[in-house]
Design a protein around this ligand. Structure first.
Ligand code: FAD
Ligand code: NAP
Length: 537
């Protein structure tokens, strides 16, 4: 493990070595700042280091799910598939770290569990779990939106004699599931990606589903060479173009409303998109899919009909059919053969709505109606998203106020970038920014570039302290809520709203106005001399 010298004061501490932290270290050091990163994992990659479960891959097309800060990097890296596998994305992260010499600036296997602001020195002091400390002018939390696992504590779990695995922290050395009786709990994106792959090797796979989820075919394949050539002819131009779209990915909307097309045309459009696959799936075809319940229902019904066609057992098909939330209001899943997997003789679906889990025993899971013997139990149960990793850092701001306290009723941020009462702290893809709703590497680059520019401005003007103004923050929080309320997103029980964590305040946690409006707002603020921020020399 790299060591850190206790007590040394530097310009910036960056927490996290995912795409956010790596780019922050690169960008700040390129500007001559002394910046050091701390990462709980043993290496770079963040999400792509931890989530090495079978079937993991990105769901934004690889050609777009990458950095664009350096054209040479864009040009030299080649993706092998439309949606890169986790090992390939991790190789990419490792390549970036190697190419820009980033690893030397990180301390790995170091989890930060204390961050204290000192008003007199205007410095942050952070402490690792092992008791090392470091001090810096700026604290940059690149801790990720989906990095704090949610692991439900099922009664009797300690008694289970088999192996317990978590998709969010799969063994780095892999795990051989061949010939085993495997149970998977959870049918979000992680469960839906891993279930078809596990089914191919397990002696038997039992899927414990609490809520049926919408998932659409990814249609993963090699990248079409003509398409790639077209993009590579002007990669940066392509990137600028996709940044004009709400999700910072290739635009696929064909009409404002599902009702701009006749019934036959709409069905044909859904079918075409189903066959072609791709990011976002069929809801992205019509701009009103997540605002107009009737439009949403058209898309949802199309998928429901597909499930009934694919899944042979009508009872299983009905259990797999989502009926409790509008499509796309939970993160839409992209899959490879998910529904067809339930036609395999070695796969059983347990509908927990009908027969809930009562307990785990030494030999397996007991529901209200049966016992399912298992050798391995896989939790694909998601994350304490957005706020979880930030709260876990035990951040104390002005007058020792804890972030947990400031956010007792839900996260309050200024643009998802800063928090009133916590000077010189930046939150990359923090709550209230587009973050998880858009291509996240694009969102990360935009945040890091903006932060670096502000720090430049501070150095030029001699400012040593920056803090979001309360009033500006409240205005932004209200704006995020207002926009969310114009959509159907608040209707779903989802991690977007904090619903998956007991006791978490309910609040839609991302900006739904789209990447371009957000980036424009950030630009205007910078151009105005940082209205909404209080800068002090
Ligand atoms: P992360 O990659 O989460 O990295 C944060 C790092 O901070 C972690 O390594 C963590 O260990 C570290 N950390 C956190 N707290 C501490 C602490 N207190 N001390 C020290 N270290 C700490 N987004 C997309 O846009 N497209 C996709 O296709 C996509 N696929 C995904 C697939 C999976 C399985 C998951 C879970 C998420 C996916 N995402 C996707 C979202 C993904 O998280 C982001 O795209 C991106 O990787 C986030 O990078 P990051 O650096 O912000 O955070
Ligand atoms: P998730 O979407 O939160 O899904 C968790 C699943 O576990 C849900 O089905 C949930 O059921 C279930 N669950 C939780 N607690 C349970 C309990 N006590 N008993 C039974 N079931 C329980 O988590 P995720 O699948 O890890 O995905 C999280 C996010 O990560 C995604 O939305 C996406 O943004 C990202 N991700 C992306 C990809 C990709 O395709 N590139 C892959 C993985 C993850 P309920 O719905 O009933 O709560």
């Amino acid at each position: 493990m790299n060591s850190i010298s206790d007590g040394k004061t530097i310009d910036a501490i960056v927490v996290g070595a995912g795409f956010g932290g790596m780019y922050a270290i690169y960008r700040l050091r390129a500007r001559g700042l002394e910046a050091r990163g701390f990462e709980a994992a043993a290496d770079v990659g963040g999400t792509w280091w931890w989530n090495c479960y079978p079937g993991a891959r990105c769901d934004v097309e690889s050609l777009d799910y990458c950095y664009a800060f350096d054209e040479a990097l864009l040009d030299e890296w080649r993706w092998s598939e439309r949606f890169a596998t986790q090992p390939e994305v991790l190789r990419y992260a490792s390549h970036v770290a190697e190419r820009y010499g980033l690893r030397d600036h990180f301390t790995f296997n170091a989890r930060i569990d204390g961050c204290v602001w000192d008003e007199d020195s205007r410095l942050w002091t952070v402490t690792t779990e092992e008791g090392h400390t470091a001090r810096a002018r700026f604290l940059i939390a690149a801790t990720g939106c989906l990095s704090k696992p949610h692991r439900p504590d099922l009664p009797g779990l300690d008694e289970f004699a088999g192996d317990v695995l978590f998709t969010q922290a799969w063994p780095q050395e892999g795990f051989d599931l061949a010939g085993k009786r495997v149970g998977v709990i959870g049918t979000g994106s992680s469960g839906i990606q891993s279930i078809p792959v596990i089914a191919q090797v397990a002696a038997h796979l039992t899927v414990f589903q609490r809520t049926a989820n919408f998932t659409l075919p990814a249609v993963n394949r090699p990248i079409f060479p003509e398409y790639e050539a077209e993009i590579r002819a002007d990669y940066l131009g392509h990137r600028r173009k996709i940044l004009q779209n709400k999700a910072a990915t290739v635009k696929q909307t064909i009409a404002e409303s599902a009702f701009d097309l006749s019934d036959e045309e709409r069905e044909a459009a859904y079918e075409d998109k189903w066959q072609r696959g791709g990011a976002g799936g069929i809801p992205v075809l019509f701009a009103d899919s997540v605002t107009n319940p009737a439009s949403n229902e058209q898309a949802a019904n199309f998928v429901r009909r597909k499930i009934a066609e694919i899944v042979q057992d009508p009872e299983v098909a009905e259990s797999l059919t989502p009926r409790d939330h509008p499509i796309a209001t939970k993160r839409i899943c992209l899959d490879t053969d998910y529904y067809a997997t339930f036609n395999r003789p070695n796969v059983t679906l347990v509908d927990l709505k009908k027969t809930p889990i009562e307990r785990v025993s030494a030999t397996g899971i007991h529901t209200s109606s049966a016992e399912y013997p298992l050798d391995v139990l896989v939790f694909a149960t998601g994350f304490d998203a957005m706020t979880g990793p930030l709260r876990a850092m035990k951040i104390r701001g002005v007058e020792g106020v804890a972030l947990e306290h400031a956010w007792a009723d839900g996260p309050r941020t200024w643009l998802g970038l800063m928090v009133a009462g916590f000077p010189n702290l930046f939150t990359i893809t923090g709550p209230g920014s587009p973050s998880v709703i858009v291509n996240m590497i694009a969102a990360i680059e935009q945040h890091v570039d903006w932060i670096a520019r502000l720090i430049d401005h501070m150095r030029e003007t001699g400012a040593t302290r920056v803090e979001a103004q309360d009033a500006a923050q409240e205005e932004w929080v209200a704006e995020v809520r207002r926009v969310a309320e114009t959509t159907l997103y608040p209707l779903a029980n989802s991690w977007y709203n904090g619903d998956n964590i007991a006791g978490k305040p309910r609040m839609f946690m991302a900006w739904l106005g789209g990447y371009p409006t957000y980036a424009e707002r950030c630009e205007e603020i910078a151009a105005s001399g940082y209205a909404g921020l209080e800068l002090a020399a």
